[in-house]
Design a protein around this ligand. Structure first.
Ligand code: HEM
Length: 422
């Protein structure tokens, strides 16, 4: 099989790796489990951890931090400046992108995470279920009307609108503004967005928009996360800065829809490409809660984590990561590690019969474990269950190998998902 060489630093934009990341990263894991890779905007190569055991070790070891400013002797400002430069984001907006839970460590991280974590507990998520079901049924009602020549695009008319509606209602983003969020999300996560200067305008617009929204919500409090954040900021200023409040909104809205939309899209595509698994699920919808774990293991769009920085020299998987060096945990490689999963490339919806257990690393691990995991699982379960029930003849409108995958490193996603509704 062709693919990147593992003897010199891996180029994460290698076409072979982008075309088949599961195979590509599995090969890297078997040939060179702790290896180096080149990342746009970084002078020094980063480390890639690919084995399950090493990925779990990196993500749970608190000697690795997310904020390079927490590594003595490292010029964090310079690192961030280079990353911003590479993505064409004006420097004055850095603080709105880097002052969130994803980039915080220790006490700061806990403080930020606790401000919103209550909304994502299993009990709160369970209470949202009727609303998630209603939104999903309504999208299914409208789907046939979106078909042209019998073909509907499930990404556009189902996989995206469901999570963006759910997270917007939770955060407090007005309906009229949601299409703009989708456009910003697209810009921030696409290859086009990596062209110099491409993100200046979307980021400027987005930050301005959130500031206006906050100003408006101050006068019109509601039962949403934004109102809670404003209260934390205004009543106990030491708990949340302006930039942190904006970053939290950006993080929740993007983490809450770009990920879940593609989890749903990738899963529908995988099920329609594996008629045996689809038939089992149709025959026994009770398998669904357990199957969701396999959907995340096999179909997650998030193939790698944010970088972790070593605060001292740390041994992982037989190599020494030097203080200040960066590591990416390659979740897709860990989730297909044969030391942990039998026949890992097989898509098997009954792989994990106990729906209460999670053995994959698709939602990360350790202190930054996905805050939205319970909500994302519920949305995926409702989405797939409802879609299969409402459209018994659902099938792909193009062969699986001709699906339009967007070549974005570490983010596995479909541009479109053309289906016939039956
Ligand atoms: C982390 C929110 C869906 C994968 C996070 C974090 C937030 C978040 C706020 C940062 C947690 C922290 O740093 O303490 C959400 C919301 C979701 C959602 C609101 C939807 C309702 C998903 C989905 C996936 C995913 C569908 C993949 C299948 C991850 C991963 C991390 C993460 C891998 C860890 C990143 C790291 O350690 O660097 N999520 N997420 N999330 N999320 Fe989600």
């Amino acid at each position: 099989m062709s693919g990147p060489s593992t003897t010199c630093p891996i180029d994460l934009r290698d076409p072979g790796l982008l075309a088949d990341p599961i195979r590509g990263f599995s090969r890297i894991r078997e040939e060179s489990p702790m290896t180096r890779a080149l990342l746009a905007g970084r002078d020094a190569p980063i480390w890639l951890a690919t084995r399950y055991e090493d990925v779990a070790a990196v993500l749970s070891d608190q000697r690795f931090v997310n904020d390079p400013a927490n590594v003595p002797g490292v010029d964090a400002a310079a690192i961030r400046e280079r990353m911003l430069e590479a993505r064409g984001i004006p420097r004055e907006y850095a603080r709105y992108l880097f002052e969130g839970v994803l980039d915080a460590d220790g006490a700061d991280h806990l403080r930020l995470r606790r401000l919103v974590s209550r909304a994502f507990t299993p009990r709160h998520v369970q209470a949202l279920r009727p609303r998630v079901e209603k939104i999903t049924e309504e999208l299914c009602d409208r789907l046939p009307g979106t078909a042209e020549h019998g073909v509907a695009d499930l990404m556009e008319h189902f996989a995206y609108p469901l999570p963006i509606t759910v997270i917007s209602e939770l955060v407090g983003i007005p309906e009229a503004d949601r299409p703009r969020w989708r456009a910003w999300g697209r810009a921030l996560t696409s290859l086009a967005g990596m062209r110099p200067g491409a993100l200046a305008e979307p980021v400027r617009e987005m930050v301005g928009h959130i500031s206006d929204l906050i100003a408006h919500r101050r006068g019109h409090p509601a039962d949403d996360l934004l109102t809670g954040l404003i209260r934390a900021h205004d009543e106990q200023g030491d708990r949340l800065t302006d930039a942190e409040m904006i970053t939290m909104v950006v993080t929740l809205v993007f983490a809450g829809h770009e990920t879940t939309a593609h989890l749903i899209g990738n899963t529908v595509a995988a099920l329609l490409a594996h008629p045996d698994q689809l038939a089992r699920l149709r025959a026994d919808p009770g398998l669904l809660p357990g199957a969701v774990h396999e959907f995340v293991r096999r179909c997650s769009p998030i193939h790698g984590t944010r970088l972790r920085y070593a605060t001292e020299d740390i041994e992982v998987g037989g190599v020494t990561i030097r203080r200040g060096e960066a590591v990416m945990a390659v979740l897709v490689a860990a989730n297909h590690d044969p030391r942990h999963f039998a026949d890992p490339e097989r898509f098997d919806i009954t792989r994990q019969p106990d729906p209460r257990r999670e053995t994959h690393l698709g939602f990360g691990h350790g202190p930054h474990y996905c805050l939205g995991a319970a909500l994302a699982r519920q949305e995926a379960e409702v989405a797939i269950g409802t879609l299969l029930r409402r459209f018994p003849g659902l099938r792909l409108a193009v062969p699986p190998e001709r699906l339009d995958r967007q070549p974005v490193p570490m983010f596995w996603r479909l541009a479109r998902l053309p289906v016939r509704l039956g």
